[in-house]
Ligand binder design. Structure first.
Ligand code: NDP
Ligand code: GDR
Length: 370
């Protein structure tokens, strides 16, 4: 049985990757950080009682900023594969916490790689590094491939650029099987609530059910290449099963604006919008609603722009060319944007119906829509 260590196991990708590797018969160890409240909601369905014998899903405390915890864990587990997914992953928040982001997202990668080297596991342990399309930042080439130059535009992307190159360097210097997956945006019903897709599907559900009046967004013109996280964790595994350690772009090849994502997500529940105004004055109103149960009367204002969601430096256009992964690894996505949005809307509508019911019977529920 193969043994894997996943850092960032409590995140979106960590949860899907855990499910995927358990399905393949792996023993999965997950590194989770200490939090004052349970932070395991995404993996609770996989939880196994620590008092049971022969567990195949085991969680350990650790932190990407703490070398000792990483070295001890790798020494104890001696994994065949490490998937380094842990990161301060929010681009906008990285402008507020640049030093911590560098410590976790840049030096954290070094800590993993150097622990493998220090423990003499270079020939045993393969390492997957969660690199990102944010490396491309300012548009130098469209679409972006493995050969497109990097021009990172945030403390997050700059930290990830260190992570990218230190992974390449350890591969070349110490003959390690260490690879970067340069993954473009991938989303799902368990996407963090403050990333734009989930913010939108959650807000639409809340507005439709009368839990929230309207939503505020930032740059509606930004374009992203959005895929489904399930397709993307599968390729993480494929990357570590390849003949040679290499770096891979993973993308759908289709780019959509934030505005068009809003339109498509509303369309999924039978609502048409009308946009008026420009730039910071832009607003969206309900033009048509096919479902009389929703709180969406014609003319209702449901979207305004809030400058606080604009970034000091923006990444305008991402669209990836994953020809290399499609031809050499045989990867191709099973989802498209329509099926992704459908799944996210269904899930958030269900969650918000539950929230509305709890409100109705007197329980106050979380009201953030940052
Ligand atoms: P999430 O934000 O959902 O998950 C991040 C994970 O990292 C969480 O488990 C989080 O723990 C953990 N983490 C954060 N800081 C630390 C730390 N100091 N020590 C230990 N664990 C920590 O991200 P995703 O699942 O979406 O992304 C996974 C990885 O892929 C990230 O590295 C991200 O930067 C990268 N990436 C993501 C893309 C995407 O579109 N989703 C695209 C390209 C790259 P906690 O739950 O406690 O917060
Ligand atoms: P991104 O994802 O920065 O691409 O990073 P996010 O969903 O945060 O932003 C995408 C685009 O939407 C614009 N936008 C808004 N974004 C947020 N979060 N909130 C808003 O209200 C809003 N309005 C407009 C943004 O300006 C941006 O252009 C994600 C993360 O998962 C990274 O970890 C990962 O590396 C990259 O994807 C690939």
């Amino acid at each position: 049985m193969k043994v894997a260590l996943i850092t960032g196991v409590t995140g979106q990708d960590g949860a899907y990757l855990s499910e995927f590797l358990l399905g393949k018969g792996y023993v999965v160890h997950g590194l989770k950080r200490r939090s004052s409240q349970f932070n395991t909601a995404r993996i609770d369905h996989l939880y196994q009682d620590p008092h049971e014998e022969n567990r195949n899903f085991i969680l350990h405390y650790g932190d990407m900023t703490d070398s000792t915890s990483i070295i001890r864990l790798i020494q104890q587990i001696k994994p065949d594969e490490i998937y380094n997914l842990a990161a301060m992953s929010h681009v906008q928040v990285s402008f507020e916490t640049p030093e911590y982001t560098g410590n976790t997202d840049a030096l954290g990668v070094l800590r993993i790689l150097d622990a493998v080297r220090l423990l003499g596991l270079e020939q045993k342990t393969k390492v997957y590094q969660a690199s990102t399309s944010e490396l491309y930042g300012k548009v130098l080439e469209v679409p972006q491939t493995e050969k497109t130059p990097f021009y990172p535009r945030s403390p997050y992307a700059i930290a990830k650029m260190y992570g990218f190159w230190v992974t390449v360097n350890y591969r070349e210097a110490y003959d390690m099987f260490a690879c970067n997956g340069i993954l473009f945006n991938h989303e799902s019903p368990i996407r963090g609530e403050t990333f734009v897709t989930r913010k939108i599907t959650r807000a639409i559900s809340r507005i439709a059910l009368g839990l929230q009046d309207k939503m505020y967004l930032g740059n509606l013109d930004a374009r992203r290449d959005w895929g489904h996280a399930k397709d993307y964790v599968r390729v993480m595994w494929m990357i570590l099963q390849a003949e040679e350690p290499e770096d891979w772009v993973i993308a759908t090849g289709i780019s959509t604006s934030v505005r068009d994502f809003v339109i498509a997500a509303f369309g999924e529940i039978g609502v048409e919008l009308e946009f008026q105004g420009k730039d910071l004055q832009e607003k969206a109103f309900v033009k048509y609603c096919s479902n009389p149960d929703f709180q969406l009367e014609i003319g209702k204002e449901i979207l305004s722009i809030d400058p606080r969601y604009f970034r000091p430096t923006e990444v305008d256009l991402l669209v990836g060319d994953s020809t290399k992964a499609r031809t050499k690894l045989g990867w191709k996505p099973e989802y498209n944007l329509v099926t992704l949005i459908k799944e996210m809307m269904e899930s958030d509508l269900n969650l918000m119906r539950r929230e509305r019911y709890l409100n109705e019977v007197g329980f106050k529920t979380l009201n953030y829509y940052e």
